[in-house]
Ligand binder design. Structure first.
Ligand SMILES: NC(=O)C1=CN([C@@H]2O[C@H](COP(=O)(O)OP(=O)(O)OC[C@H]3O[C@@H](n4cnc5c(N)ncnc54)[C@H](O)[C@@H]3O)[C@@H](O)[C@H]2O)C=CC1
Ligand SMILES: O=C(CO)COP(=O)(O)O
Length: 345
């Protein structure tokens, strides 16, 4: 059994702590808010985020140094925006070298970095090759209720991927391994943009045809950008690709879908985000992906349309019209050549 520090006591950090605790591990749940740590320890609930009881064995900490003492594993689960700040603190407080896993889904606007790249930059004591990412179709609400869930852990370090698989694996939480860190991170990050789009589409009153189109052509964009950045295109057919697209584009649990839904109904972004009270990663990731698509001339019309609705106050109906009136083309033209180039010897 391992000692694990979970950094980030939001919905996902709490749900993953429950999986780890169910597996018999010693879980230390760290939060940057002292009153939250006190409340978790006294009530065994994390009410703002999840409506269930937390096993009493899970202890919440406010002092990071204390939480990190002798841990075998550190699981980072804060929003993308907080990754650098938390990693700086982590680096300053670590006196040994635990396995580093992250379960955050986003890309940083401006730098266009993935989360493992940010961890690598802020933590000189950690090798990029050793970082593990956990991603897949996994709403915290269902994981916390022990409902069957499947995810993927990816690392260039095969041993660490297997350690991470063993750490989380149980009869309701099935874990696959992969060595495609880029694909697994990008799948999890980019689907949030499409989930915002699916919510907008539903909010506008469009039906299942429109949503299926968004999911499928969204997957084409994710595969296009991902392959350009070095991912294995097959990863996008897996759990962190198609799997996560389905779960976030079709579920009322999804914060990205819910935020998009309110936008589609005509609400303003600031009001939507205030109403959510939890991170809506697609907002920042849409900015990052749009910047990248423009800079590198990668075709991502849905992503850029969603960016324009969110950040440039474009009317959703106008964007839908623009997308539908784009030039006629073959469905698989560029994707087929992407795959051919990748597998050509
Ligand atoms: N909620 C879910 O079902 C899932 C979430 N994720 C990903 O996990 C990441 C975290 O999401 P959630 O836990 O759902 O978010 P959340 O909004 O429920 O909680 C975020 C937590 O991070 C903390 N935080 C914010 N800024 C911080 C900082 N500077 N330092 C330390 N802590 C800080 C907040 O206090 C809060 O406890 C996101 O990237 C999300 O996409 C991935 C899979 C499932
Ligand atoms: O990533 C998730 C499920 O796999 C959670 O999505 P939301 O952040 O949209 O709630």
């Amino acid at each position: 059994m391992k000692k694990v520090a979970v950094l980030g006591a939001g919905s996902w950090g709490t749900a993953l702590s429950i999986v780890l605790s169910d597996n018999g591990h010693d879980v230390r749940l760290w939060t940057h808010r002292k009153e939250q740590a006190e409340l978790i320890n006294s009530t065994h609930k994390n009410e703002h985020y999840l409506e269930i009881m937390i096993p009493e064995k899970i202890v919440a900490f406010h002092d990071m140094k204390e939480a990190l003492q002798d841990v075998d594993v550190v699981l980072i689960v804060v929003p993308t925006k907080a990754i650098r700040e938390v990693c700086l603190q982590l680096e300053a407080n670590l006196t040994h070298q635990p396995v580093i896993i992250h379960a955050t889904k986003g890309i940083e606007p401006g730098t266009l970095k993935r989360v493992s790249q940010m961890i690598d930059e802020e933590m000189p004591s950690v090798q990029y090759e050793d970082i593990v990412v956990l991603s897949g179709p996994s709403h915290a609400e269902e994981v916390a209720m022990r409902q069957p869930t499947t995810v993927t852990v990816a690392s260039l370090n095969e041993e660490y991927a297997k350690i991470s698989q063993d750490l989380f694996f149980n009869e309701v939480f099935r874990v696959y391994t992969s060595n495609d860190v880029i694909g697994i991170e990008l799948g999890g990050a980019l689907k949030n943009i499409i989930a915002l789009g699916a919510g907008i589409s539903d909010g506008l009153g469009y039906g299942d045809n429109a949503k299926a189109a968004l999911i499928t052509r969204g997957l084409a964009e994710i595969t296009r950008l991902g392959t350009y950045l070095g991912a294995n295109p097959l990863s996008f057919l897996g759990l962190p690709g198609v799997g996560d697209l389905i779960v976030t584009c079709t579920s009322v649990h999804s914060r990205n879908w819910r935020a998009g839904n309110l936008l589609g109904k005509g609400k303003q972004l600031e009001d939507v985000l205030e109403h959510m009270g939890m991170v809506v990663e697609g907002v920042r990731t849409a900015e990052a992906a749009h910047q990248f698509a423009v800079a590198e001339q990668v075709e991502m019309p849905i992503t850029s349309g969603i960016y324009a609705i969110i950040h440039n106050q474009k009317k959703p109906k106008e964007i839908v019209e623009e997308l539908m009136k784009r030039d006629k083309r073959e469905e698989m033209d560029d994707l087929a050549s992407l795959l051919k180039n990748r597998y050509a010897r």
